[in-house]
Ligand binder design. Structure first.
Ligand code: AMP
Length: 299
């Protein structure tokens, strides 16, 4: 059985950063998350593409042992256009073309229904909720979202969050969703909705893991060579959930390790455009950077 199972977008991205640009590049939250998870486990994805979606991308996902039984085909692929200025922590969206995502209703394959580990990557919260309600006995539901859905579907989003175990947000989204400038207060409010933990990502400045009784502060990796941070959040969530799936251990101690693996894969992703660098790296590169992260905090 594929695990973790992941719902999210499969997209064609148009990205511009101060260091270059790409058009029609493979992107989307489910793609980044599943590629990141595939370094640890054998994920399966649920999403929709269009007839215009290049087959080579499907072949690439399959070559990574990502199960694609949950991908359906509509008319036109979801497209996202964004850019970054020198502050690369925040993507500015120029255009979101939902296309077939607009009428998408997720169909969870039979072979996914017994999955214990689930990552609800960034997509319409109503579809995230449908996945939760279709599964037989999920043990760990990790959930991500973004400002787009907070703006237009806040109520549905809060309903879905209440059924998740771990919520992942970036700092701006946490402030927006909980209406407070203070991240500790936002985390406390989030912990009233989810049962296990809240992770607040702070872009290049690291990530905070909050549980009811503890707080872990993961450092940011001092990257000198950022090209394109697109997908870093999805890589974080995918690697985090992939590592927990592999180790089958959701203790606070192991979640700390998972946060570091999430940060490692995200930082490696930012060193190339689109999924370029994810295609090149392997588990040895990941372990090497994981050890560098340990040294960053040794005092
Ligand atoms: P991240 O940089 O981790 O926030 O994710 C970037 C990816 O999210 C890009 O590849 C986009 O295709 C995808 N994306 C952009 N807007 C949305 C949206 N509203 N819902 C889901 N995915 C999106």
């Amino acid at each position: 059985m594929p695990e973790p199972i992941i719902i999210g977008t499969v997209a064609l991205d148009f990205i511009e950063t101060p260091f270059g640009k790409v058009e029609n590049a493979l992107g989307g939250s489910a793609c980044y998350a599943s590629i990141a998870a595939s370094f640890f486990s054998k994920p399966g994805i649920m999403s929709i593409i269009g007839k215009d979606f290049p087959n080579e991308h499907i072949e690439f996902l399959k070559s990574r042992q990502i199960n694609i039984d949950g991908i359906t085909t509509g008319e036109k692929t979801f497209k996202w256009q964004g850019f970054y200025e020198f502050d690369m922590n925040e993507a500015k969206t120029l255009k979101t073309e939902l296309n077939s995502l607009e009428s998408y209703s997720v169909a969870v394959p039979e072979s996914y229904k017994d999955a214990k580990y689930v990552f609800l990557a960034n997509i319409d919260p109503e579809q995230q909720l449908k996945v939760i309600n279709t599964l037989n006995n999920p043990e760990l539901i990790v959930m991500d979202t973004m400002n787009f859905w907070i703006d237009i579907k806040k109520e549905q989003l809060l309903e879905t969050i209440k059924k998740a175990h771990i919520l992942i947000l970036n700092d701006g989204e946490a402030r927006q969703l909980f209406g407070t400038p203070n991240l500790v207060k936002a985390a406390r409010m989030a912990l009233k909705l989810v049962s296990k933990a809240v992770i607040i990502k702070k872009g290049e400045h690291g990530a905070l893991l909050f549980t009811d009784s503890k707080h872990f502060n993961a450092p940011g990796y001092p990257l000198e060579n950022i090209k394109d941070p697109t997908g870093c959040g999805d890589c974080f969530g995918g690697a985090f959930t992939g590592f927990l799936t592999k180790t089958n251990d959701v203790s606070e101690e192991n979640m700390r390790k998972a946060v570091i693996y999430g940060s490692v894969v995200a930082s490696l992703n930012a060193e190339g455009f689109s999924i370029e660098n994810l295609k090149k790296i392997n588990i040895k590169d990941i372990e090497k950077r994981y050890n560098e992260f340990k040294e960053l905090r040794d005092f």
